[in-house]
Design a binder for this molecule. Structure first.
Ligand SMILES: NC(=O)c1ccc[n+]([C@@H]2O[C@H](COP(=O)([O-])OP(=O)(O)OC[C@H]3O[C@@H](n4cnc5c(N)ncnc54)[C@H](O)[C@@H]3O)[C@@H](O)[C@H]2O)c1
Length: 266
């Protein structure tokens, strides 16, 4: 399917490849003949001769550096990095109904979201970019979110990390372009169900918006907020990852593309 991209044989690290969007990216890369290293906390369902799992907490410099070194040793090099792992815990800045209650943003939740979505992405990018700069080639793909541009009620800390991700994409593209390394971003909107959409997540998000979980679910395909009128397929993100990794995208760097069916608000 993706033969025209000619990415077979490339060596690519995907973070958070055991679930949701990351698992879909891993599946499509394997289908395209790519050798994949999955950096996740736990191993996923997929088994393939070209897939290797590295148990990694991306917020730990020690684990990131040790496992990137192992990939370089085992694969010979790294051509691509997909910074996909991320978490989201909906919370309000101030809960007018229940000040200091369970749905207000706490230090612990704030720190955890930033440690994974922002610091983890930085640690992974630094370790892998060292290899790419040495090779004078490579592609880093940062998973953002449409909420990073628009902000999101009940998800301020998450949206802030994704706005920061968009900024890293632009700055690192400027720093690394001279070294032949491209840095690009993808901002998904409302997607098909993934591991992120747990009942705890939906309950918290509905609470922060003053609606029921049923009403929240109706918004997943609302044509007034999503012009294409449906949730995105996970493969629609994976397709763009394959394209970005390929030389067909050789003049694209420093940009983040919305894969959100036209959704820009909410
Ligand atoms: N699902 C959506 O609707 C949506 C929308 C916009 C953006 N995104 C972004 O897409 C990315 C993937 O989200 P998803 O919905 O597939 O989520 P998911 O929960 O299904 O998958 C995330 C994966 O990341 C892993 N992970 C979490 N913390 C980690 C850590 N410290 N170190 C290593 N791995 C870790 C998890 O184990 C999991 O396998 C995230 O960056 C998310 O913000 C998702």
């Amino acid at each position: 399917m993706t033969d025209w991209l000619n990415i077979a044989g490339r060596k690519v690290i995907v973070t958070g490849g055991s679930s949701g969007i990351g698992a879909s990216i891993v599946a499509e890369l394997l289908e395209s003949g790519v050798q994949v290293a999955n950096f996740d906390l736990r191993e996923g369902q997929q088994q393939h001769e070209n897939l290797t799992f590295f148990a990694t907490d991306i917020s730990s410099r020690e684990q990131v550096e040790a496992n990137v070194a192992k990939v370089e040793e085992q694969f010979g090099t790294v051509d691509g990095l997909v910074n996909n792992a991320g978490i989201n815990v909906p919370r309000l800045l101030v809960d007018a109904k229940e000040p200091h209650g369970e749905f207000e943003l706490s230090d612990a939740i704030f720190d955890k979201i930033f440690a994974i979505n922002q610091k983890g992405l930085f640690l992974m990018s630094q370790a892998v970019a060292r290899i790419m700069v040495g090779n004078k080639r490579g592609v880093i793909i940062n998973m953002s979110s449409e909420s990073g541009i628009e902000g999101s009620e009940g998800q301020s800390a998450y949206a802030a990390t994704k706005a920061a991700v968009n900024s890293y994409t632009r700055s690192w593209a400027k720093e690394l372009g001279k070294q032949g390394v491209r840095v690009v971003g993808i901002a998904p909107g409302i997607m098909e169900e993934t591991g992120l959409r747990t009942i705890e997540y939906e309950t918290a998000l509905a609470y922060t918006r003053g609606i029921t979980v049923d009403d929240l679910r109706k918004n997943y395909s609302k044509t007034t907020t999503i012009p294409l009128g449906r949730s995105g397929k996970l493969s629609e993100v994976a397709d763009l990852v394959c394209y970005y990794l390929s030389d067909r995208a050789s003049y694209i760097t420093g940009v983040t593309t919305n894969v959100a069916g036209g959704k820009t608000r909410g």
